[in-house]
Design a protein around this ligand. Structure first.
Ligand code: R2B
Ligand code: URA
Length: 312
């Protein structure tokens, strides 16, 4: 049975506050995930979700979903379904899995891709009847470190934009609508406690969310560059003096969506290099794949422990 917007609007704690959704609820398509309120019983499929995990990379989400599938499903369930089912596979853009109470989806790289993903997934959760206080929303990813050891897990206290602003700008019909970028301190503390107990190197810090990997992050090795080594270094030093210890490309969008939906979000990213040095050797990512996946595996262990604590 489809679950209409009219139903979720009636609830005080609905996630999406868009009055126009009433017109779409009975037949609303989340195009990039290949789901529709008329064709899919979203409440039955996703109604018990209380943890939502997102990452840029499809393969990272897939391997994490597979490990939860192996851990949480029974042997007989696994005989029927050896791999977790990717609901978004036919749509061809992102991946989407649901293992018991955990929804996992990929959001791609950068704000443009991530904001499509967040609109559609928040609607999906709303249609599924999940309420805003009922779930933890966590982005896991990679980043560049600013004055920290490669491999460090960075837990974001807040995000800044690439122009060092504290508000994210939604662009709506050609107008800029500023939105604070709030993350949930309690959720971050929960992740921090787990990392500490497991002896995983971590730091709580501000995060710079940029729209470009190269110029926005002050790299010298993009296709174009109008600044030199000194300006690059001064930029990174300035970030450091502001308390920024890592740079990535979606925390600004993620945290603005969390503020707007009034939901509890956290961002945890593994630093692949330390950008705060002089010269191009601190711009390119040169650690070997095995080392980097070892760092990511440690972050995943923190996340798995967190998920265990939220099992229903
Ligand atoms: C981290 O890594 C990606 C760029 O390589 C981007 O999605 C991000 O935030
Ligand atoms: N991801 C980023 O966005 N920047 C880095 O430096 C590394 C990973």
């Amino acid at each position: 049975m489809p679950h209409t917007r009219a139903r979720s609007c009636a609830k005080r704690d609905a996630i999406c506050e868009n009055p126009h959704l009433v017109q779409y609820g009975d037949n609303d398509t989340m195009y990039h995930y290949g789901l529709n309120t008329k064709q899919h019983d979203l409440k039955n499929m996703f109604g018990k979700v209380n943890v939502v995990i997102t990452a840029g990379s499809q393969s990272r989400i897939k391997s994490f979903a597979r490990s939860l599938h192996d851990k949480y499903t029974t042997k007989s369930q696994r005989l029927q379904l050896t791999q977790p089912f990717d609901y978004a596979a036919d749509a061809g853009r992102f991946s989407l899995y649901c293992i018991e109470n955990v929804l996992l989806f990929s959001h791609g790289m950068g704000s443009g891709s991530a904001s499509i993903a967040f609109h559609e997934i928040l609607k999906l959760l709303d249609y599924a009847g999940v309420q805003r206080d009922d779930f933890a929303f966590i982005r896991i990813g990679t980043c560049g470190g600013v004055g920290i050891k490669p491999g460090t897990l960075c837990l974001s206290t807040r995000s800044l934009t690439e122009t060092l602003e504290e508000d994210f700008k939604f662009v709506e019909c050609g107008k800029l609508i500023p939105m604070p970028m709030k993350l949930d301190n309690d959720l971050r503390h929960d992740l921090e406690k787990i990392a500490k107990r497991l002896g995983i190197d971590h730091i709580s810090c501000k995060t710079l969310g940029t729209n470009d990997f190269y110029l926005g992050q002050g790299r010298l090795d993009g296709a174009f560059c109008s600044y030199g080594e000194t300006e690059r270094f001064e930029f990174l030093e300035k970030l450091h003096s502001l308390g920024v210890r890592n740079i990535e490309m979606e925390s600004h969008t993620f945290s603005a969506f969390c503020t707007r939906a009034n939901i509890k979000g956290a961002v945890m990213c593994v630093a692949l290099l330390n950008r705060l040095g002089k010269g191009k050797e601190n711009d390119q990512i040169t650690a070997d794949m095995e080392t980097m996946s070892g760092w990511m595996d440690r972050a995943m262990i923190v996340l798995k422990e967190f998920i265990d604590s939220r099992r229903v």
